[in-house]
Ligand binder design. Structure first.
Ligand code: AMP
Length: 580
């Protein structure tokens, strides 16, 4: 099938030709002939990356009356990024058409300018629900003559709580001739909306809903909870040309991992709900320009992001929902390019992973977490390739060659190469020297999980304790339970929270109303600390600090040596690395 065969305007075909679209995608092939009628309600179950923007954009441009200078079509979508993306694509499609204008209206930008744009006589308005309602209430937009309403990523809009807004918009478009709804999934709420506001919609499903894109290679690495961060680093280090998005479940994780990786020299920034629109734009701009190699984001913050050329999506943790997994992985493998979606799972998450694998109906590949040696080798060859392919044709290097020749007269080529390698790789070699195997292998699991059960809490703690005290044997003897009158308390605050030892001491004493004399040694790491305290005062301190907030973060404190209930395992993944 070709675009000509679908019956769209020749000027649109000229534009799609220029964009390199050779054949229509499945959703375009099925949606465009129906939508060109302009009167048929339509439901397209298609994910991002399937070409759905053109599936509604091309027919909209075809049926719009360019001579009538008022809004005739309304596209509603969940985020500002998606809004801008849709407008950008429509602008490209209408390159050879005259008299049609399209405008984006979304929150976080000047409403005054948007009102001015609307007054210019636009035919297509692309909007986020909140800003649109704002404009309706200010009477800055007139929906009286809207004939076509497109709801894009309807499931995401409902997830984000826009159901009432969408219903309001549908109720306030009195001459609507057709409604086109696109969604990756079909939850009951969307069924309800479609039953209420749509008439005999034609429903088209592209492939299987939730079937992952064929261009994506789904891989997973099995490690323990406390090695998640280290595994993430290995994966990044093992892929020198990576341009990727890392997903976390919480804002806090996104922020903390980003800060930690930044400190360790990675090009990364975080995108989460606490950023202002300006900060968000800055981060997105840098990521799009590839000034940032990595973006770490929560699902909500990453909604609607469409960046070309993403090589890897990394799930720092598996999401609970298969749909979320599909959305995340859909950021890569777009527009016919290959992509990799990596999930870091720990033994206890395998059941969740199996479920995603089953529903997603894709082949998932188990990968070995690269060893330190693998990483170094990979980095080494990547660097040497870069060195060999460096373009030296444009510099004025000739001027310096005699000087260089003189300087290096007594150094062999081999030695020069060694020096270059040392300069580049010392960091890696040192870091990965004696690095441990992070894989959890079947054999290990059967030891830890007799009869296929999950690792018991006590056992896990035991292992964690070994990890904590490993290499600090003196401390272990000193703090051994019952060995002195002191308890050792764990707390998830550290130097990263802006504390120095003295200010930290002051803080815990102020909070607990205890005297300095009850304290023993304080051992501070960047994320966690251990406080030695007289046994009789330990509970008072725990009661005073555990569960309280510090800079918006919940403090967790427990007796490190007596298997207290809170916190330990959660923080293990954030333990500082060796030598930090
Ligand atoms: P979408 O699902 O609308 O986000 O589209 C995903 C990507 O596919 C966009 O970058 C489009 O430019 C591209 N695209 C859309 N339709 C086609 C097509 N028929 N052939 C090649 N690329 C396409």
């Amino acid at each position: 099938m070709t675009f000509e065969g679908l019956g769209i305007d020749a000027r649109l075909i000229q534009a799609t030709d220029e964009l390199g679209y050779v054949n229509p995608t499945a959703i375009q092939e099925q949606a465009i002939p129906i939508l060109l009628s302009g009167t048929q309600d339509f439901i397209g179950l298609a994910q991002t990356g399937t070409g759905k923007t053109a599936a509604f954009g091309l027919p909209l441009l075809h049926i719009i009356d360019a001579a009538a200078k008022y809004p005739q079509a309304l596209v509603v979508c969940p985020t500002r990024e998606l809004c801008m993306q849709i407008v950008k694509e429509i602008e490209l499609f209408k390159k050879y058409m005259t008299g049609i204008s399209v405008v984006a209206v979304y929150g976080g930008a000047s409403i005054g300018l948007q009102i001015r744009d609307l007054k210019r006589g636009v035919q297509i308005v692309v909007a986020t629900p909140g800003r649109l309602i704002d404009l309706i209430e200010r009477k800055a937009i007139n929906l009286e003559q809207i004939k076509y309403v497109v709801l894009d990523e309807a499931d995401e809009m409902l997830n984000m709580g826009f159901q009432d807004d969408i219903e309001f918009i549908l109720k306030n478009t009195p001459v609507r001739e057709s409604t086109w709804l696109f969604s990756a999934t079909m939850p009951t709420e969307i069924r309800k909306v479609s039953k209420k506001y749509m008439k005999d919609p034609k429903e088209v499903t592209v492939g299987k809903v939730n079937t992952a894109n064929k261009n994506i290679d789904h891989q997973y690495y099995v490690t323990t909870a406390q090695h998640r961060y280290e595994t993430l680093k290995r994966i990044i280090d093992f892929n020198p040309g990576i341009y990727g998005i890392i997903f976390t479940r919480t804002k806090l994780d996104a922020q903390e991992i980003s800060e930690r990786l930044t400190r360790e020299g990675y090009d990364i920034d975080a995108l989460h709900g606490d950023l202002t629109q300006g900060q968000r734009d800055k981060v997105m701009g840098q990521f799009r320009d590839k000034t940032l190699q990595l973006l770490i984001a929560t699902d909500v913050a990453a909604r609607g992001i469409d960046v070309q050329g993403i090589t890897h999506v990394i799930n720092f943790e598996l999401p609970d929902d298969v749909e979320i997994y599909t959305h995340r992985s859909g950021r890569t493998g777009r527009a016919g390019m290959q992509g990799i979606c990596i999930s870091i799972v720990h033994a206890k998450e395998m059941y969740k992973f199996k479920q995603i694998e089953r529903i997603n109906n894709s082949q998932f590949h188990k990968m070995d977490i690269p060893s330190g040696k693998d990483v170094c080798r990979k980095q080494f060859f990547s660097f040497m390739d870069k060195l060999l392919s460096t373009d030296i044709s444009h510099g004025d290097y000739e001027t310096y060659v005699p000087m260089l020749a003189e300087k290096f007269a007594d150094v062999s080529k081999e030695d020069v190469l060694k020096r270059v390698a040392a300069m580049e790789f010392d960091r890696f070699l040192k870091y990965y020297e004696n690095s441990q195997d992070l894989n959890v292998r079947e054999r290990d699991r059967s030891v830890r999980e007799p009869r296929g059960q999950e690792m018991g809490r006590g056992r896990e703690r035991e292992r964690e304790m070994q990890g904590i005290d490993g290499g600090r044997g003196d401390a272990r003897n000193k703090y051994a339970r019952g060995g002195s009158g002191y308890s050792r308390l764990f707390v998830n605050l550290g130097t990263k929270d802006g504390f120095f030892k003295a200010s930290f001491l002051q803080f815990v004493l102020d909070m607990s109303d205890l005297k300095k004399e009850v304290l023993g040694k304080i051992d501070m790491k960047d994320m966690n600390s251990w406080i030695e305290i007289e046994k009789g005062s330990a509970q008072q301190m725990i009661r005073a600090l555990d569960g309280k907030k510090y800079k918006g973060r919940s403090i967790r404190m427990n007796d490190a040596d007596s298997g207290g209930p809170a916190g330990f395992s959660g923080d293990r993944s954030r333990r500082p690395r060796r030598g930090e």
